[in-house]
Design a protein around this ligand. Structure first.
Ligand SMILES: *Cc1c(COP(=O)(O)O)cnc(C)c1O
Length: 220
């Protein structure tokens, strides 16, 4: 069930801090997305390419679609024509492919670099060295991709101080690279925080949070 009170409550927590809410609608039916849309929500996040393409074709054109999952290079072309922001860029090769598809569709595609901040091995993301390579090496961004900031996921843990310290680390990397003088790079977005930890993320400087289950209820 869509939790309308929770939606307003979350917005009232985000607005004073100027934080953008991405409503994570993966595995949720279009009816629930429409219900939230009718309350004014426009930013929605999806994890799976085929599901996103399908929903995009069925839902209003002014929805800003965020791709927040792990993106395979061979699927970039499917979302390149319409995607608003790709959160999970975790390799120079993927960045290259996004640039190529941006060229084909005559768009400049907005992306965030995903940084590995959790200590779990299963989560995707660049480590600090790879991040450095992107900014200092041959993998510098090209004309049809715009790096707008960083994204990260904290450890799935009850230890809130651990979660906080991981967000702190991402924020400090964000501050460090936000001064980088690179063509097609301008840091404005720090995407961190989900249903269980978004309040901590806001305290630690998030400008965008990605909330799913708290809004829509458990996923199927
Ligand atoms: C699923 C997902 C979310 C939302 O998770 P909830 O715990 O349901 O809020 C946020 N970010 C990413 C990258 C996700 O895959």
């Amino acid at each position: 069930m869509l939790n309308k009170n929770t939606y307003h409550q979350i917005l009232s927590q985000l607005s004073p801090a100027g934080v953008t809410l991405v409503a994570v609608s993966k595995l949720q039916p279009v009816e629930k997305i429409m219900a939230l849309y009718e309350m004014g929500q426009r930013d929605f996040g999806e994890n799976y390419v085929q599901e996103l393409v399908d929903k995009q074709s069925r839902l209003p054109a002014d929805i800003r679609w965020h791709f927040i999952g792990h993106l395979q290079s061979n699927k970039v072309r499917m979302i390149a024509p319409f995607v608003h922001l790709i959160h999970g860029v975790d390799s120079p090769n993927l960045l290259k492919e996004i640039n190529k598809q941006g060229q084909k569709t005559q768009r400049v595609i907005e992306v965030l670099l995903q940084v590995h901040i959790a200590d779990e091995e299963t989560k995707f993301g660049l480590d600090e060295n790879q991040l450095n390579e992107i900014f200092n090496g041959s993998a510098a961004p090209a004309s049809h991709v715009h790096i707008a900031g960083l994204m990260g996921m904290a450890s799935f843990s009850d230890d809130l101080e651990k979660v906080r310290s991981e967000f702190k680390k991402l924020k400090s990397l964000f501050d460090q690279y936000s001064t980088a003088q690179l063509a097609n790079t301008q840091f404005q977005i720090l995407s961190m925080g989900m249903s269980g930890d978004y309040k901590i993320a806001i305290e630690e400087g998030a400008t965008m949070v990605r909330i799913g289950s708290l809004l829509f209820g458990a996923r199927k």
